[in-house]
Design a protein around this ligand. Structure first.
Ligand code: GTP
Ligand code: MG
Length: 364
């Protein structure tokens, strides 16, 4: 909005001179130097300087407090800028759910529940706001063709019967989840570029990439994910999340770290030594498939793991919460927490990925 000089409370004499020279807006006045104004208005430096100071003060955007930014955000964005997962303890730790505008990573061994979690999130994002959703479309990049439409409907009907029994609701929600199945990393790259435009055109409220590690290892072999720098993808996906202000959820798999692998960082020495001393069959020596650049790029890291046959979801990296783990199970209604209190984690518990006594079929 243009600010008019006549409404700025300037001394009448100088306001009249501006008007007489047809300078009516702050923009016109401030685009001239003080010297030019002196010549044009035929007044002294002191008058010009105080008029310019007054105009700048009124025309400049005022500073904002953290409180006012917070209030604006809550007013503007659904659920204060979060997609609630409906896993109570986790939502509490995440201050409302999966945050908009940043990358959230789900990492864990095969069969632990990453895709199950992504399907549930997709369903939740597609729900109307009145039912706790984001009332939008979801783009689901299903690299390994593991998304099951039947299972999504089942999760919806079992976990939200009051909504899914409304006639036509299941079809409408399922119709909002757009699935892409790129066959190579190059195709995934092209899809991401198109998505940047379609997010705005199609009211997309969640982007899922399941799994980024699979996309890389398909093209470069299983040893490759940690070696592939993924520099372009990291910055593109981050900027896409930021510019569209939607939550972006990306899954990552694990690989075992061979004992002769050189330590890259001093802080890894201790955990490496511990793992190599561990008894045979104690398979705690898993690391995320995508390497250290990826780990730094994500804002939230959720590790899904198993200890003594029990599944846990661990908030391992977060700017707002200490590391905390919740036991979970997968039932017909999808992922659910066994308790909402969580256990705070310390030391190596935070960064390791456990896979003890886990056999995916026994949970069925
Ligand atoms: P990868 O993609 O191989 O890395 O694994 P993931 O972590 O994505 O595993 P996924 O989410 O596919 O989880 C598979 C597990 O979910 C199975 O081992 C089952 O324990 C559970 N699961 C899958 N479908 C059902 C179902 O219909 N009912 C129940 N109760 N559990 C299911
Ligand atoms: Mg999966």
């Amino acid at each position: 909005m243009e600010t008019k000089l006549k409404d700025m409370g300037l001394p009448k004499s100088i306001a009249n001179v501006f008007a007489a020279r047809n300078i009516t807006t702050a923009k016109e006045a401030l685009s001239l130097t003080e010297f030019e104004l002196m010549q044009l208005l035929d007044v002294g430096l002191a008058d010009v300087a105080s008029a310019v100071a007054r105009i700048s003060e009124i025309a400049c955007p005022p500073y904002q407090t953290v409180l006012s930014l917070l209030e604006q955000r809550i007013q503007k964005e659904t659920h204060g800028g979060h997609l609630p997962t409906r896993l109570k303890g986790l939502d509490k730790a995440l201050c409302g759910g999966i945050p908009f505008g940043v990358l959230t990573e789900l990492v864990g061994p095969a069969g632990i529940g990453k895709t199950q979690f992504c399907m549930k999130l997709s369903l939740l994002a597609s729900l109307p706001e009145a039912y706790g959703g984001l009332n939008g479309r979801v783009i689901y990049i299903d690299v390994e063709s593991k998304l099951s439409s039947r299972r999504i409907i089942e999760i919806g009907a079992e976990s939200l019967p009051e909504i899914f029994h409304i006639k036509g609701m299941a079809q409408e929600m399922a119709g909002r989840i757009l699935v892409l199945r790129p066959s190579s990393l190059l195709e995934l790259t092209e899809s991401l570029q198109q998505i940047k435009v379609s997010i705005f055109q199609h009211q997309v409220k969640l982007l899922v990439i399941d799994s980024m590690a699979a996309a890389v290892s398909r093209d470069y072999g299983h040893a490759a994910p940690r070696q592939h720098p993924l520099g372009w993808h990291i910055s593109f996906i981050k900027s896409l999340a930021e510019s569209s202000r939607i939550p972006v959820v990306v899954t990552n798999q694990v690989r075992s770290q061979s004992r002769d692998e050189a330590c890259q960082y001093a802080f890894q020495e201790q955990s490496k030594r511990k793992a190599s001393e561990a008894p045979a069959g104690y398979d705690s020596h898993l690391v995320a498939a995508l390497g250290i650049h990826w780990a730094h790029a994500v804002t939230i890291r959720l590790v899904l793991e198993a200890k003594s046959g029990q599944r846990f979801i661990k908030l391992a990296k977060s700017p707002i919460s200490p590391p905390i783990a919740f036991p979970f199970t997968i039932t017909s209604s999808g992922i659910s927490l066994l308790n909402d209190d969580g256990q705070e984690l310390k030391g190596t518990e935070i960064s390791t990925i456990q896979y003890q006594g886990f056999h995916k079929d026994i949970f069925l």
